[in-house]
Design a binder for this molecule. Sequence first.
Ligand code: UDP
Ligand code: MG
Length: 316
Amino acid sequence: MDLSIIVPLYNERESLPELISRIRDMAAGQGYSYEVLLIDDGSTDGSWDVVRELAAADSTVHGISFRRNYGKSAALYEGFAAAQGNVVVTMDADLQDAPEEIPEMVRMVVEDGFDVVSGWKQHRQDNKLTKNLPSKLYNWTARKVTGIRLHDMNCGLKAYRKEVVKSIEVYGEMHRYIPYLAKNAGYGRITEKPVHHEKRKYGVSKFGMERFVNGFLDLMSLWFLSKFGKKPMHFFGTSGILMFLIGGIMTVWIIAAKLVHQAQGVRFRAVTDQPLFYLALLAVILGVLLFLAGFLGEMISRSAPTRNDYNVKDRL
Ligand code: UDP
Ligand code: MG
């Protein structure tokens, strides 16, 4: 099979028939053998009934339905697990992404040899203040942290080589960072393609401003995991040593000052009367805590079943 198109959907009843008919026209024009996987993420508006009708009328349409709403990442996870096509495309259900962009993205994977082709909503048709502007800042941060030069990391429209989606595990709300997951799994040929973006015709957006806070926290987690996930002590131990050094120097200074004054027979304030004493105490305690976190981290990563999962490319 050439192509799997994965569509996560949550209350998108009105959009589905048009989406499927446009995908069908696009695929017919290209002569693809393909499947569409509609993943209903616990919709309550009757979307699943529409999916059933579409699947009954067209053998390329398949559906998976969750009992409750788990989020876009969960839907993509199930879609990736089920996908059979050599190229796997993800797109939103709300008709904001155009199926007509798919052939060129597929071509870039098949002929140009890219692992991931990410859409770039160059002329984004969403609210300027609440989405477009924060999104620019967010993508700038993501570029700096991940080292992947994408303008629109979180675009729903993307194409992957099949091997990529079978080698990564999307979880939590990590759908925002699939290119980063791919890069960390060793698939570094990542590029972007400007794509047409439409205003939402039906239904409402499922993500509000909290996406930027949560997105930033997830980015920090992924960054930490990719850098120190397998050697937490290197991070916590280094900062622990630094804290100990700072605390140690301050302690020596405090004691020396006290002793020197005492030897000279000068009256000197008690050690507990100077601010430095508390800073030294704090630094030493923080040092111990950091080491403790490091040891615990090592014990956790040591017992992780994935500790020796490497993505082997070839063997001779
Ligand atoms: N979506 C989903 N589960 C959720 C939230 C959203 O499957 O819990 C789907 C949604 O139906 C749509 C896609 O994810 O197909 C993108 O959502 P949305 O269009 O609301 O995001 P926006 O375009 O506003 O960024
Ligand atoms: Mg949308």
